[in-house]
Design a protein around this ligand. Sequence first.
Ligand SMILES: [Cu+2]
Length: 359
Amino acid sequence: MTVFLTIIVLALLAVTGWQMSKIFQLSQGNQNVGNDSEVANDKDNRINGYLSIMFLIFLYVISIYCFWNYSEFYLPEASSAHGADYDTLMFITIALIMFVQVITQFLLFYFSNKYAGKKGQRALFYADNDKLEFIWTIIPVVVLAGLILYGLFTWSDIMNVEETEDTMVVELYAYQFAWRARYSGDDNTLGKANVRYIEGINALGVDPSDNYGKDDVITTELHLPVNKPVLFKFRSQDVLHSAYMPFFRAQMNVVPGMITQFGFTPTVTSEDIQESEFMIKKVRKINEIRRENSKDLVAKGEEPLDSYEFEYYLLCNKICGKSHYNMQMKIVVESEEDFNAWMAEQKTLSEELSAQASN
Ligand SMILES: [Cu+2]
């Protein structure tokens, strides 16, 4: 690969050098070089005009093909309360950009063809037109200002999470290469934590002298009760990570040395999304592919692939090291009763610490 790249770079450098030497020769008016073949004639201009139109058609066809062929990879409706606002903002932005893109690309390539160079024809000298300039300044200003204001309002709606008594506070702790969730326990307040307190079972560095930390619960799965607002506090032990929960339209950087936060209300349980029409179709398709691939594996005497089941996951979305690709934690959205039953099985930090001490 390195050899291949080096060859490409050297070839491009050679082409650059050759082109530059030609430019120098032309600019010096060297008639021996500047023969007819070096200056575009009417035929060359016509060919390039047609090529412009071909390129325009190619752009449209590839865009339509991509939308049509890859639309199955769109995420389904958001599983969080704010997700619909976020999706609407995204859709309006893309629709506006596509609309402008389709028109401006057409104008660009259509006129390049229409006014291709012809011998003896000179361009019209046209200094300016106040009315035209006014129109093409004011329309983008109004549209962009509207889009930015709309985006800002949506942003502040999503980001300003009001912490009420009902809000559940959960810490998401990132390290190379896994996640831990820390629930704040009955007092709904997380104990202080610092990397200096990391010792043995206290892998998140919770301050052992802080009473708020004693009932904290540390888990390897993130369970969330449906329709209950949750406020995540993110900490990182080592490098920059990014907490990414695409089905909930949530992402936040996880930065060593500071606490970042993001809140949302999950609205669709894991069970409900698994039984949704979208997910049944998707899982069936993935399992068909797995069955096909398993045939080859079995023929080679290897184990067949497991069948796939959908679960929500918290993923890392910053390239943070060699096992970044596998840095994930399962998310289970469930009813309040199921959540409470699961929570009752978990051990608090003080229980874990005393178990460690008695060992
Ligand atoms: Cu990471």
